[in-house]
Ligand binder design. Structure first.
Ligand SMILES: [Zn+2]
Length: 181
């Protein structure tokens, strides 16, 4: 896996995602076919990592382009805005920032969801900014509590009102646990 990381670096990119996780996920999906636009952001990420590892094996230089997927909000073909370096839904203008290698930093969010995510961040930051737990410990605990995979348990992946509520409750729980220990 470190090979894939150094291969990306060699080609001038920093990796924005957990490559190992996405390779493992692909094995579970057991798909070999790739599509022009994937049905969701997650599949598009998985196949980007597969393409990268193939390119690495054939020792070819790479020039990355945005990944292509249908948006979860409107099921529309996503746009990449090169000025703002964000993925945007052409219908409702939900957006998400991307890493230098075009990997999206999470799921698309509209203005309201963006604000809710900011509030969650504010609540969560206390836990590790003030040194009660490390960032990694914090996310591991949330992963267990929410029953989300560790690699996906980021606020940027919160998409529905239900997610927001569950995430908020998990943070409240986490804070009470810390006070007890
Ligand atoms: Zn939309």
């Amino acid at each position: 896996m470190n090979n894939l990381m150094s291969y990306l670096k060699l080609n001038g990119y920093t990796s924005g995602i957990d490559l190992k996780f996405y390779l493992e996920t692909n094995k579970k999906l057991r798909k070999s076919e790739s599509f022009e636009y994937f049905s969701n952001i997650h599949e598009a990420k998985v196949f980007r990592v597969i393409d990268l590892s193939k390119a690495m094996e054939s020792k070819q230089p790479i020039k990355l382009t945005p990944i292509k997927f249908n948006t979860q909000c409107c099921n529309a073909r996503v746009n990449f805005n090169f000025n703002l370096w964000v993925y945007e839904c052409p219908k409702c203008r939900s957006s998400v920032k991307a890493h230098s290698d075009f990997m999206p930093m999470g799921e698309l969010a509209n203005r309201k969801l963006g604000k809710l995510r900011q509030q969650l961040h504010k609540e969560l930051d206390d836990v590790w900014v003030n040194g009660f737990r490390t960032r990694n410990q914090t996310y591991s605990l949330l992963s267990e509590k929410l029953n989300w995979p560790r690699e996906l348990v980021h606020i940027a992946n919160v998409t529905t009102d239900e997610d927001v509520a569950n995430y908020y409750q998990a943070i409240v729980w986490l804070k009470s646990e810390i006070r007890c220990s």
